[in-house]
Write a protein that binds this ligand. Structure first.
Ligand SMILES: [Zn+2]
Length: 378
């Protein structure tokens, strides 16, 4: 049967348009992801339990993974929390992130791991039961220590499937950190993602042997490390800044649509270097500066007194050796000689950096109740 020229001319553009749209769908359609033999298809969201060693009580243990596979293609990003089992701000950050409505329009794949060190968190401990630090045990091995086995499983099943990662940490026990990003800022893409996190302080941190960040880097996965708050505590400012930062990085990666009301950026400043002021003697510390304080060389940061001789003994004054900003500090007044007390970061333009930190803290404090809508989050 022959088709008239007129009909052919009418059908051709329609077919071409259909083919183009099909091709576009094929190009932009996301790929499924398989973890531990469970496949998550585009448009699906699943919780996958990644089994690890049992407890000696015969109790099964697994790492819960929240996997969201967007319909359209985009990068694969992991968000990990509690690699150190006592660092809990990240656990709450991941909970709020998973409640965010804009994840419905996710492009690419998001893997959220609220607790990586499932053994440590049971015991409120940074470490594993074998007393090893998971963040010094990567890449790990199938036949190594408990920490090495956990590192190996996590690296192979999760990290290696991703293009980017954000690892959420807090200060150690009894120590608080001002919200900050640590990353390899010599890499231009990592630097632009670090800036997108919208915290005022960035540290160009060397890769540590055995860390998740180093193992990821060896597989071409770019990782930001977010440090904020204190172990075993929730800190609202750190949590909100963390959620906001992750969403902002996801927008930068085009995994989420641009917001109508972009957050006012606090210009981030890269610390030139940082160092700790340590206790000059054992005793009781009175801390005189808050996190985020702009200090000058010679400023009094705290005073240590000896409880056995309060009348005659001169007190030890801890003075800043540098002009800088306090980005970490101890919260416990009981100190031993040599203990790290105040972490000071130094900047090229200290006035500008101090103004940025102040603006960041003021914005966070002036917000009324926690708002969990990502459009209005601090
Ligand atoms: Zn940590």
């Amino acid at each position: 049967m022959s088709v008239s020229k007129k009909t052919q001319n009418r059908i051709k553009p329609a077919l071409a348009a259909k083919a183009k749209s099909y091709l576009q769908t094929m190009i932009t359609k996301n790929k499924p992801i398989t973890i531990n033999d469970v496949t998550v298809k585009p448009g699906e969201q699943k919780i996958i339990d990644l089994p690890v060693a049992k407890l000696y009580t015969h109790t099964d243990v697994s790492i819960p993974l929240h996997v969201i596979c967007g319909k359209k293609s985009g990068p694969c990003l992991f968000i990990s929390a509690a690699v150190h089992g006592d660092e809990l701000n990240g656990v709450e950050i991941t909970r709020r992130l998973l409640k965010t409505s804009s994840l419905k329009s996710l492009r690419g794949t998001l893997i959220v791991i609220p607790v990586v060190n499932v053994f440590g968190i049971i015991q409120h401990s940074r470490y594993l039961p074998d007393r090893r630090d998971l963040n010094r045990s990567f890449p790990g091995s199938q036949r190594g220590s408990l920490a090495a086995r956990l590192a190996h499983i996590f690296l192979h099943e999760v990290v290696q499937q991703c293009d980017y990662g954000i690892d959420l940490h807090t200060g150690a026990i009894h120590r608080s950190n001002l919200p900050q990003i640590r990353a390899n800022l010599d890499d231009p893409e990592t630097k632009s993602l670090a800036e997108a996190f919208l915290v005022p302080v960035l540290l160009n941190a060397n890769l540590r042997d055995g860390s998740l960040r180093q193992a990821a880097d060896e597989h071409g996965v770019k990782v930001l490390l977010y440090e904020a708050g204190e172990a075993l505590r929730f800190d609202e400012l750190s949590i909100r800044a963390g959620v906001r930062g992750i969403l902002s990085v996801m927008r930068k990666l085009s995994m989420l649509p641009a917001t109508k009301k972009p957050s006012k950026p606090h210009d981030p400043f890269i610390a030139r270097s940082s160092s700790w002021e340590r206790a000059t003697q054992s005793g009781i510390l009175r801390s005189l500066v808050p996190l985020g304080a702009h200090v000058k060389k010679g400023d009094l940061l705290g005073v240590i007194s000896d409880p056995s001789d309060l009348f005659d003994q001169p007190e030890d004054e801890i003075r800043s050796q540098y002009n800088g900003i306090i980005i970490g500090k101890t919260n416990i007044p009981l100190v031993n000689e040599g203990d790290a007390l105040f972490h000071t970061a130094r900047f090229e333009d200290i006035q500008e950096a101090a103004a940025s930190v102040e603006a960041f803290q003021t914005t966070a404090e002036n917000r009324p109740n926690p708002v969990f809508d990502d459009q209005t989050l601090i």
